[in-house]
Design a protein around this ligand. Structure first.
Ligand code: CA
Length: 228
């Protein structure tokens, strides 16, 4: 997943770049509107974080131009708090979301994940990995022909694993995706819920990777899942 940051304040751009790279995203930074627009037109960019007050082409113009070329790419506006009404109200819904400065990184991250999830949901209706089939519309799981009843939280955790088959996911990544960003990092809730999934599905389905996290064992996935 590649995120483009269009931001002229080097301090903020560097802060975002560092944080998003640590979360496993590919990151590009554009320091002005023209560069931002040119980069955002590439299909390699999965989501754009766009400042509004930019040198050269203003953020609103970048968004208007970008919507003509790529109507579906998620765009999250970053804007100063005092400019929300006059600027965001004028965006005519071209943006998917906005975050006001000063902002917290976890809030922005949660919104990025939400936008990317929303986009994934329209491209995949079924995930298959590790012998499990998840129907994302009916919210049901099947394994070896039997339907497995899962709570909403168990389903969300399993979905997260199945979107990243064979990939080690850290406890923090799982908490962020499944429990939201408002969690106690010392909690053992992930371990508990992984235990539930093992009991309901297969004890070997999710492997504990000591000191790193957990991994869904999946020989192959069926390709309905966009690469991340
Ligand atoms: Ca700016």
């Amino acid at each position: 997943m590649n995120i483009l940051i269009v931001e002229d304040e080097p301090r903020i751009a560097a802060f975002l770049e560092r944080g998003l790279k640590a979360e496993g995203f590919g990151v590009e930074v554009a320091p002005d509107g023209e560069t931002g627009y040119a980069l955002a037109c590439s299909d390699d960019v999965d989501l754009v974080v766009l400042d509004l007050m930019l040198p050269g082409m203003p953020g609103e113009q970048v968004l208007t131009n970008l919507r003509r070329r790529r109507p579906d790419v998620p765009v999250i506006i970053l804007t100063a708090r005092d400019a929300v009404e006059d600027r965001v109200a004028g965006l005519n819904n071209g943006a998917d979301d906005y975050v006001t400065k000063p902002f917290s990184f976890v809030e922005l991250l949660a919104r990025i994940h939400a936008r990317l999830r929303a986009r994934d949901q329209v491209t995949a209706t079924e995930l298959v990995a590790g012998g499990v089939t998840l129907d994302l519309r009916s919210r049901t799981a099947r394994m070896s022909g039997r339907e497995v009843s899962l709570t909403a939280r168990e389903f969300a955790l399993l979905e997260t694993f199945m979107r990243h088959p064979n990939q080690v996911l850290s406890q923090v990544q799982l908490m962020d995706r499944v429990w939201g960003y408002d969690f106690d990092p010392g909690s053992n809730v992930v371990e508990v819920y992984v235990g539930y999934l093992r009991r309901k599905l297969d004890k070997d389905l999710i492997e504990t990777v000591r000191g790193a996290g957990y991994r869904l064992r999946a020989g192959t996935s069926n390709g309905t899942e966009p690469a991340t």
